[in-house]
Design a binder for this molecule. Structure first.
Ligand code: CA
Length: 234
């Protein structure tokens, strides 16, 4: 069992009638919730206490929510951002331009939909990604049944293929698993195409593992395959 810190949510919304029930619902769901009613307030709050997820209204009194989104990313905010807008017509334009948001919701929305989206977003982004502190090297823990991977307390967000590759390598820890075996098990046993896909997946997997500072490394064994090595702890 892993003890999770409560996940944190920042609600950026100037309309009290919307903000208040939103905050209360999220608190009831067990999140630690902060709320601000302006863009400047949001940027200050995110700099001081980066929330795991920010629910950001586009129509704020002092600045455009999209500018808040862009500025937060420029300032190094790494949590998830869900944009909420009443301007349904603008959504296509907003999604097309990359402001660094992770999800979008059009008002009016149901509470259940918001709850589901928040959960999905936290699953996808791994929740506690907001920390910019250097991470201590920790061991990898793989929950095969739940298909989730943790580095210490932190979940590592992996795609399905990344998870499968890692699970196979981990079940043969410190031994080489051949490219052919990985391709057959993770993709398709009748796959005769290029193994570039495998290299791309391994590359992303490495990046994600390094990003959370795990001790284990995916090492390429030239001409043979890959091996998950446990680096000695310092
Ligand atoms: Ca508003």
């Amino acid at each position: 069992m892993i003890e999770h810190m409560p996940q944190t949510v920042l609600v950026v919304e100037d309309e009290e009638d919307i903000a208040f029930p939103l905050v209360r619902t999220l608190q009831r769901d067990g999140y630690e919730v902060a709320s601000v009613d302006s863009g400047e307030g949001a940027l200050e709050e995110l700099a001081a206490r980066p929330a795991d997820i920010t629910i950001l209204d586009l129509g704020l009194p002092d600045m455009d929510g999209l500018d808040v989104c862009r500025k937060a990313r420029e300032a190094g905010y790494k949590g998830a951002i869900m944009i909420v807008t009443g301007r349904a017509g603008e959504l296509d334009r907003v999604v097309g331009l990359d402001y660094g948001a992770d999800d979008y919701l059009v008002k009016p929305f149901g509470v259940a939909e918001l709850q589901a989206r928040v959960r999905a977003l936290l699953r996808r982004t791994g929740g506690a990604v907001a920390s910019t502190e250097p991470v201590d090297p920790t061991g990898l823990r793989i929950d095969v049944d739940a298909r989730r991977v943790y580095s210490g307390e932190q979940e590592v967000p992996l795609t399905g293929k990344e998870f499968e590759v890692l699970a196979i390598l981990a079940s043969h820890r410190d031994k080489v698993v051949s490219r052919g075996r990985l391709m057959a098990d993770v993709w398709d046993e009748n796959w005769y195409g290029s193994t570039k896909t495998l290299d791309v997946t391994i590359g992303r997997l490495r990046q994600k593992l390094e990003g959370v500072g795990v001790r284990e490394k995916v090492v390429a064994v030239r001409g043979v395959g890959f091996r998950l090595e446990t680096a000695p702890s310092s």
